[in-house]
Design a protein around this ligand. Sequence first.
Ligand code: GDP
Length: 138
Amino acid sequence: MERTLSIIKPDGVAKGLIGEVLKRFEANGLKVAALKMIHLTKKQAQGFYAVHQEKPFFDSLTDFMSSGPCVVLILEGEGAIDKNRKLMGATDFRKADPGTIRADYASSIEQNIVHGSDAPETARFEIAYFFNALEIVN
Ligand code: GDP
């Protein structure tokens, strides 16, 4: 059993894709262990993406992530981290496998609908960034 953090980014929420994305997670054996809607401040977005602070797209990315509400959730299941990454597709939607969330709905390399933790350590950091123990269902 593994947990991973997922975000339906502001573009996904604006395009009305909350239900569609959740449906894909649930249909593929990922259980929702926590979920909330949040409008990040620029500072909160910068803290979340601190690993990317030296990247040329950091300012644009954190502007985008704080541009509107997003849905943050914890997904739980066997191999949840990899399973979620497979459902999401590659960062660049033009390279994402057909049928993945990003291939189907992303509009740019930045506005790519979803975030998902990429490793157990990042999942731990990212889950703790958004949720306290009382908010997570066992
Ligand atoms: P992810 O793990 O697939 O989300 O990809 P990364 O951790 O490499 O990047 C984090 C996020 O930054 C991506 O999901 C995109 O929203 C954005 N991003 C990544 N690469 C680029 C880029 O080259 N240009 C821009 N503008 N945004 C990018």
